[in-house]
Ligand binder design. Structure first.
Ligand SMILES: [Mn+2]
Length: 224
């Protein structure tokens, strides 16, 4: 199956299948929330290469110091030829809903936001910002849950036994590590990078989908 990359000008799709990466790693980073320096430090630490696939779980903006900086960094990576698979979070949706009156965003930034998909399907995983509501006729068209679900039920048939990896709901580091160790059906990956003074929170993490190794980057923003 051919690889559909995220392009800034590709029209919006709910989601699509991303085949296995034979050349590099498959990495997942959850909610960055304006923490551009932390995001850049993490990219440096994991030594992102152009062979890797990097999945981003959404919520690039709000809460932290540099929302636009995070958007621009992701656009820059895409334009430099990195394989970036960004998702839409509820915070991007807030910006998209007001995009027509937003005078601060460039056309390129607006296109990036508007075209962000809601989920990716992989060989053994589904990636989504919030979650899925299995009571819906088609959970993969249920925008609201994919962006905002806080609790979800797992249904093996709906998800073909694939693991769900989502952001949006902050979990403490020991909980995230336990979910990964136990290979739970639903993994909550967001460690609340922006909550830098909370115990067991305040890290931007990166999960390697093939080894299940978790890279943990402490928040390095200088918030006055
Ligand atoms: Mn969110």
């Amino acid at each position: 199956m051919s690889l559909q990359r995220f392009e800034l000008n590709t029209p919006f799709k709910y989601g699509h299948f991303v085949p296995k990466n034979d050349k590099g790693r498959r990495l997942v980073i959850p909610d960055i929330h304006g923490c551009k320096k932390t995001f850049e430090k993490l990219l440096e630490e994991i030594q992102l290469s152009k062979e890797d696939y990097l999945f981003l779980l959404g919520d690039y903006v709000n809460k932290g110091p540099d929302s636009i900086g995070v958007i621009d960094k992701i656009i820059e990576l895409i334009e430099e030829g990195y394989n970036i698979f960004p998702l839409r979070g509820n915070h991007e949706q807030i910006w998209i809903d007001k995009i027509k009156t937003n005078k601060k965003l460039t056309e390129k930034q607006k296109n990036f936001l508007r075209n962000l998909p809601l989920f990716y399907e992989l060989d053994h995983f589904y990636l989504v910002h919030g979650g899925f509501d299995v009571r819906q006729t088609n959970p993969f068209l249920d925008t609201k849950s994919m962006l905002t679900a806080r609790y979800m039920n797992y249904d093996a048939r709906t998800f073909q036994n694939k693991m769900i990896i989502h952001g949006h709901t902050t979990m403490s580091l020991p909980v995230i590590e336990a979910q990964l160790k136990e290979k739970r059906s639903i993994i909550s990956l967001d460690n609340g990078c922006v909550y830098r003074n909370s115990l067991y929170e305040g890290n931007l993490v990166c999960l390697n989908l093939d080894t299940f190794e978790l890279h943990i980057q402490k928040n390095v923003e200088c918030i006055p």
